[in-house]
Design a protein around this ligand. Structure first.
Ligand code: OGA
Ligand code: MN
Length: 197
């Protein structure tokens, strides 16, 4: 699995796997999702002092996780991410250190306009990753992640199928989240090339 991801990163700079989490893992994470739903907050754009919510750019709600001492349904996800990070470092010398991540849900009809994950002022976000967590999904529900090149040409588009995974170089690929007709759930994060906690 990790080898396949590394090959995608090497060949294209991004890699999509249609199923990396199994049904049981997805159900366990969804239970957490349902329990903590009230604690999710409207996601904002920008950094530190200049953070703001703009619904016409981004409509998701997020709940940040602590990958350093996490328990319960996320242990296997973090074990996988630690391995992935170490192997990316061995192969590509990216010097990845820590990662941050949050759960996210997009209510029906919400979206995230095309953007780049790397901030102007802080360039430490190096690899972006997303696990898709809906229990079931049909392509007709929408909610695709669309990958662009820097000129604005569409490179690819992927449906958020249950247990699917994508990662990509944060600085290279503008991307968008298209609206869907169902709530769309994910775990999204960023591997940094510096210590962040
Ligand atoms: C993000 C993002 C993609 C997705 O949260 O920055 O682009 O498919 N998410 O959820
Ligand atoms: Mn993004």
């Amino acid at each position: 699995m990790i080898e396949q991801i590394l090959q995608g990163l090497e060949a294209k700079g991004y890699s999509f796997l249609p199923q990396i989490l199994n049904e049981e893992q997805i159900l366990r994470i969804n239970k957490f999702f349902d329990e903590y739903r009230g604690e999710f907050r409207p996601a904002k754009i920008g950094m530190n002092g200049s953070k703001q919510r703009i619904d016409s750019i981004r409509g998701d709600y997020t709940y940040w996780l602590n990958p350093i001492n996490s328990k319960g349904p996320f242990v296997e996800v973090f074990e996988f991410l630690n391995k992935l990070r170490d192997q990316i470092n061995e192969r590509f010398y990216l010097g990845l250190k820590e990662y941050e991540c949050h759960l996210a849900y997009y209510p029906p009809d919400s979206f995230y306009h095309r953007h780049l994950d790397r901030f102007n002022k802080d360039s430490s976000r190096t690899i972006s990753f997303v696990f898709y967590l809906n229990k079931s999904w049909d392509i007709s529900n929408g909610g695709e992640i669309v990958m662009y090149d820097k000129k604005g040409n569409i490179l690819d588009s992927f449906s958020p199928m249950p247990g699917a995974f994508i990662c990509f170089l944060s600085d290279e690929f503008p991307h968008e989240v298209r609206s869907s007709n169902l709530e769309r759930r994910s775990l999204t994060g960023w591997m940094h090339n510096k210590i962040i906690y």
